[in-house]
Design a protein around this ligand. Structure first.
Ligand code: DI6
Ligand code: FE
Length: 436
């Protein structure tokens, strides 16, 4: 078994980080007069933030006989919270490049799915893969996302569609989180598609999802949230509600693949169950928007799927904005409709294709994405008490994060209190020594 040890070997980020130019909206704490802030990392958390001039003496020097904290000079570069990718199907076997070629030649996604391709073809490849094979396939994908500064990620099941292969996918997701030192939230998407052995017996399959798969996987500690693909090629509103009721009985939060290809009314239903998020939502109605606003449900925008399917129905961004529904942006990484492995590229697409502003796109891949996972207390912003996840970028203007296409700016990534990528920083300078 391949075990990654690089995270545990990465240098500790414990210390004082100063001369940081915070991305607008990165923090609710006030930046100092010169626009530069400092923060202190200890044991994997941000324990202090503010102007360097007000750094408490306890952090500036050694009062208790302990060695002083190292300090890191950010030299005024842009700092963002660690990015959050709140909707992925990262673990699967095979690819669907053949379907991409078919779509280019005129076939349509729904027709391919109805003909036994689509999700079900990935189910076949996933069921045939061992746990180690699934891990080996997913790890390099995760590495691509982490290289963009992703520090927390959601990973769904949904290509197993039976207890054992669903468990395998979720165990791989958990292992990736431990091995790479990245926050992983697992989502059970047993109701993603009807497995071939249940053809024509949708009700029986949903019973299996609710009464067998979900309780077993929850008891094994493999589920953080529950999702359904509510669509005319997948599951109905009534079936979706049955899954939500089972989740509620187990105390699991819900989310929904909603209104991607048609308006099924799934978002309003999800909102009634206090959903963390409704995702895709190209065909979201005004009723859906007000229900989401009322329940505090995040709208997750997935421009990679929109782009790959050559969709033309843009989600109702202006109405979501007017209603004050928080909007997140995610890769929706999956082999069928969004083989995307850059969250920064998705932020660009959300601006160009969906007309988000730069601040909206950046909030969409940090603060609001964390909320879509229920992680807002610990992820997505820079604040005392948050996990020490942040990225220093060799940039001055935060618009550059969204502007480049396929070029990754130089950066230093601190993930879970460790420096996991370091293009920018010299060795830490001892505080007392540097003060002479
Ligand atoms: N919507 C999606 O974007 C993915 N699943 C879903 O319900 C697509 C999954 C696939 O085509 O494999
Ligand atoms: Fe998806």
């Amino acid at each position: 078994m391949k075990t990654i040890t690089s995270h545990t070997h990465a240098a500790s980020a414990n210390g004082v980080w100063h001369h940081l130019k915070l991305m607008p909206g990165a923090s609710d704490d006030i930046a100092s007069a010169d626009g530069l802030s400092s923060l202190v990392v200890q044991q994997g958390r941000i324990v202090w933030m503010g102007a360097h001039s007000s750094l408490p003496a306890a952090f500036a020097s050694s009062l208790s006989g302990l060695p002083p904290l190292p300090h890191f000079d950010g030299q005024g570069v842009l700092v963002t919270p660690g990015l959050v990718d709140c909707h992925t199907h990262l673990v699967y076997g095979g690819t669907r490049a053949n379907e991409y070629a078919m779509r280019l030649a005129g076939a349509d996604y729904e027709a391919i799915a109805r003909a036994g391709g689509g999700i079900v073809s990935t189910v076949k490849a996933t069921r045939e893969a061992t746990e180690d094979q699934l891990y080996a396939l997913a790890a390099p994908r995760l590495e691509q996302l982490l290289a963009d500064g992703v520090c927390a990620i959601e990973i769904k099941s949904g290509y197993g569609l039976a207890l054992e292969p669903e468990a395998r996918m979720l165990r791989v997701a958990r292992r990736l989180g431990v091995d790479y030192g990245v926050t992983v939230r697992t989502t059970f998407l047993g109701a993603h598609a009807l497995p071939p052995e249940y053809a024509g017996r949708s009700g029986a399959y949903i019973d299996l999802v609710c009464n067998d798969m979900m309780p077993s996987l929850a008891a094994a500690g493999l589920i953080d949230a529950v999702d359904v693909f509510c669509e005319r090629i997948a599951f109905s509103l009534a079936e979706t509600e049955q899954v939500f009721q089972a989740a509620q009985a187990l105390g699991l939060p819900v989310k929904l693949h909603a209104e991607q290809l048609s308006d099924m009314g799934g978002s309003a239903l999800a909102a009634r169950y206090g959903a963390l998020s409704c995702d895709h939502i190209e065909h979201l109605s005004d009723e859906g928007i007000s229900a989401m606003k009322k329940s505090g449900t995040v709208a997750v925008l997935l421009p990679g799927a929109y782009y790959s399917l050559r969709d033309t129905h843009v989600p109702p961004i202006a109405a979501l904005r007017a209603a004050g529904v928080p909007m997140a942006v995610s890769t929706d990484h999956n082999p069928g409709t969004s083989p995307a492995l850059s969250l920064l590229l998705m932020a660009n697409m959300a601006c160009n294709l969906f007309h988000l502003t730069v601040p909206e796109a950046l909030a969409g891949i940090t603060r609001h994405a964390a909320r879509a996972l229920g992680l807002q207390a610990t992820h997505g912003t820079l604040a005392v008490g948050q996990v020490a996840n942040f990225v220093l970028w060799d940039l001055q203007d935060s618009a550059e994060l969204v502007y480049w296409l396929g070029q990754r700016p130089k950066r230093t990534i601190v993930r879970q209190g460790r420096i996991t990528c370091n293009d920018l920083m010299n060795q830490p300078i001892n505080v007392l020594a540097s003060r002479g």
